[in-house]
Design a protein around this ligand. Structure first.
Ligand code: NAP
Length: 243
């Protein structure tokens, strides 16, 4: 159907991802593929969205499992032949919260598998489908905590937070965003990093002040950018976030 957009959100069974799915699905013509690593949780979330009047199709995708990522891409290819929006939302904080001097490679790897390697794996699996879109959009869920500028500023509001695995994973995600934007410059695909702000979700044991609904807004805006919009940017609802 002309004007129809096929949108995949990873980790959309709860938190910010669920809200991105709800808000994107509320836009006329957007078909939401609700990514979830667990089939039951995905189905439950799709049912909850139906309760909000939003139709979403659950799609099993574990971003750390290459076979699951390939199967999800094959299913989208079969069902739709293309993808217009990819929101790389799935993310974890990881179990390690000690000082950097006590982190192990395993602590780092745990978080990187999802927040870094998972994004590259999903993006590369979906790129052939995104290249078939008239206006492909990739949105990566980053964080103020990934900003090197803010992390190196003792006066920053985030100066007291030192979560080496999570923060450096989001810094890497920012670099990945810039790298894909560079490669895809001159194509119809835009790639941006969205900063939702501190949002109360399971990820931070509900310590954030913002709501998932408010946190989702910037990602939805970047997912629906028109041709004049930026690519290779790091944005929150308040504007540009320093890299
Ligand atoms: P959340 O409520 O914990 O949700 C995380 C989602 O990611 C869940 O659906 C989870 O699925 C999914 N997930 C985790 N590992 C996965 C995997 N291997 N494959 C597929 N899905 C996986 O967290 P959130 O706060 O909404 O976070 C969403 C994104 O926003 C993350 O990238 C996070 O880093 C980013 N972010 C959050 C904040 C904040 O303040 N909350 C701030 C800045 C950025 P399960 O239910 O199966 O675990």
């Amino acid at each position: 159907m002309p004007g129809e957009k096929i949108a995949l959100i990873t980790g959309a069974n709860k938190g910010i991802g669920f809200e991105i799915a709800r808000q994107l699905g509320g836009h006329p013509g957007v078909i939401v593929l609700l990514g979830a690593r667990d089939e039951v949780r995905g189905k439950r979330a799709a049912d909850a969205l139906a309760g909000h009047g939003v139709a979403a199709v659950p799609l099993r995708i574990d971003v750390t499992d290459a076979a699951s990522v390939a199967a999800a891409a094959a299913e989208i290819e079969r069902g739709h032949g293309r993808l217009d929006v990819l929101v790389n939302n799935a993310g974890i904080a990881g179990g390690f919260a000690g000082p950097p001097s006590e982190a192990t490679a395993a602590d780092m790897r745990e978080v990187y598998e999802t927040n870094v390697f998972g994004v590259v794996s999903v993006t590369n699996a979906m790129l052939p489908l995104l290249r078939r879109s008239a206006a492909g959009r990739i949105v990566n869920l980053s964080s103020h905590l990934g900003s090197l500028t803010l992390n190196s500023d003792p006066g920053s509001p985030f100066a007291g937070i030192n979560l080496i695995a999570y923060q450096s994973s989001k810094t890497a995600l920012n670099a990945i965003t810039a790298g894909y934007a560079k490669e895809l410059r001159g194509t119809r695909i835009k790639v941006n990093a969205a900063c939702p702000g501190m949002v109360a979700t399971d990820l931070n044991r509900h310590q954030g002040k913002g709501t998932p609904a408010a946190g989702a807004v910037i990602a939805v805006r970047l997912a629906l950018l028109d041709e004049g919009g930026p690519s290779g940017a790091f944005l929150s609802e308040d504007g540009i976030v320093p890299w």
